[in-house]
Ligand binder design. Structure first.
Ligand SMILES: Cc1cc2nc3c(=O)[nH]c(=O)nc-3n(C[C@H](O)[C@H](O)[C@H](O)COP(=O)(O)OP(=O)(O)OC[C@H]3O[C@@H](n4cnc5c(N)ncnc54)[C@H](O)[C@@H]3O)c2cc1C
Length: 390
């Protein structure tokens, strides 16, 4: 274990229970044993879904971290989810993104708001890594402005089914997901009231998925289209007036998105610490130059501070969902911190930081995702200000 990791553990024991420390160590050991860091660039370059890593996480019981015990999971909270995701992101952002839904928002939304039928059917499959979920909110014309979405769900009184029409854009894991949590509107009324969510299995007639678009992080993003997709009424997660409850799950997602930012920033810092200790310039290791030490110190200060906010937001949920304000603050601070830290890390590597064979450049690219997904910093700041000013 590096000096940094030892130091980090002693600081962490201030806040974590023995069980949480054990969980974190187990996640770290698995990530190292399975070589998540070593293969991380490969997943990006091939665009393949990291099944090997997801299966390894499932085998260790980590994919089921937050799934209720009665549905094959470990019954952990958002805090446990954040700890595991931080360890994954420290080595491989692609895998962190691949398991975010299972460890976080989709499985939690299903557990909290799904019917008995869908919980019994899908949660054990998610826990075992046999079923990947994807959340579908964004539309080509409705990004941050969620309430302008046009995908619509209507009840068919004859069959008792729900019929969904419309389309989604920029969706992760459209290639592999077996189940989509799709946000819909139930009427054309304006504002939040008509927005709810349904579950649409991949094999539903009328669902088509495109070939995906190339991205900065390697993972393709997909467009889905729903042409008279029929689902049982038991596949509804939220009807009209249900958006607020879905948002509670989304506040959890924000904590976990923030945990990923903290993890990848820590991974970048670990790589930089190792590099500046062995790279000699001006007759001594880079680490002995004061200017370098201050950059390492700034990284440490920022990572530790952001981590505390993530833990605070996740821990305050105490078995429920994190509140919007805490989650928004944790997300903005962590996302923006990761951009600064990974940028500094590229600088610490110098020109070598630009090379793909060194880890610095990939952490910088990965950090760019945080402020784009799960609600941008602009939207989070609007929500934070609204809370402060009310
Ligand atoms: C890697 C990746 C994975 C993704 N995966 C998914 C997924 O699985 N499911 C899903 O549903 N979506 C996903 N998204 C989409 C993501 O959630 C949206 O890109 C995000 O919500 C922003 O929407 P937009 O791209 O339409 O940007 P816009 O909403 O068009 O925003 C453009 C810019 O304007 C700013 N802005 C917008 N409105 C305001 C305002 N009122 N005040 C101030 N500034 C504002 C934004 O902050 C942003 O900087 C993913 C995106 C990425 C990059």
């Amino acid at each position: 274990m590096s000096e940094l990791a030892t130091h980090e553990t002693s600081a962490a024991s201030f806040a974590l229970s023995a069980e949480q420390e054990e969980l974190r160590s187990r996640a770290r050991a698995l990530v190292e044993r399975e070589g998540f860091a070593e293969r991380s660039l490969e997943w990006e370059q091939t665009g393949e879904f990291p099944w090997a890593n997801v299966k390894a996480l499932a085998g260790e019981g980590l994919l089921a971290t937050t799934i209720p015990v009665e549905h094959g999971g470990n019954g952990g909270s958002w805090m446990e989810g954040a700890l595991v995701l931080e360890e994954i992101a420290r080595a491989c952002w692609v895998t962190a993104m691949a398991s975010l839904g299972e460890i976080g928002v989709q499985s939690q939304a299903l557990a909290a708001y799904g019917s008995d039928e869908v919980r019994a059917k899908y949660l054990p499959q998610i826990a075992s890594g046999d079923l990947i979920c994807s959340v579908c909110i964004t539309e080509e014309q409705a990004g941050s402005d969620i309430f302008s979405m046009s995908t619509i769900a209507t009840d068919d009184p004859d069959s008792g089914e729900v019929v969904v029409n419309g389309g989604k854009a920029l969706i992760s894991r459209g290639d592999v997901a077996g189940l989509f949590v799709v946000y819909v509107r139930w009427s054309q009324d304006p504002g939040m009231r008509p927005i709810g969510a349904v579950l649409i299995p991949r094999d539903t007639p009328g669902l088509t998925i495109d070939e995906g678009r190339e991205t900065l992080g390697g993972e393709k993003l997909y467009a889905l289209s729903f042409d008279t997709c029929r689902i049982p009424a038991s596949y509804v997660l939220a009807r009209e007036n249900g958006f607020k409850k879905m948002l509670t799950a989304f506040n959890g997602q924000r904590c976990l998105n923030a945990a990923i930012s903290v993890g990848l920033a820590q991974g970048a810092q670990d790589a930089a610490v190792a590099y500046v200790k062995q790279r000699v310039q001006g007759g001594k290791a880079l680490a002995e130059h004061q200017g370098i030490q201050w950059m390492i110190a700034d990284n440490e200060i920022e990572i530790q501070s952001a981590r505390q906010l993530v833990w605070r937001a996740a821990a305050a949920a105490s078995g429920g969902f994190p509140n919007r304000h805490d989650a928004a603050i944790a997300k903005v601070v962590s996302n923006e911190m990761a951009l600064r830290v990974t940028d500094r890390v590229v600088q610490l590597f110098g020109g070598h930081g630009w090379l793909k064979e060194f880890p610095a450049e990939r952490f910088l690219r990965w950090a760019r995702y945080g402020p784009l997904g799960g609600g941008t910093p602009q939207i989070q700041r609007t929500a934070i200000a609204r809370e402060v000013l009310k």
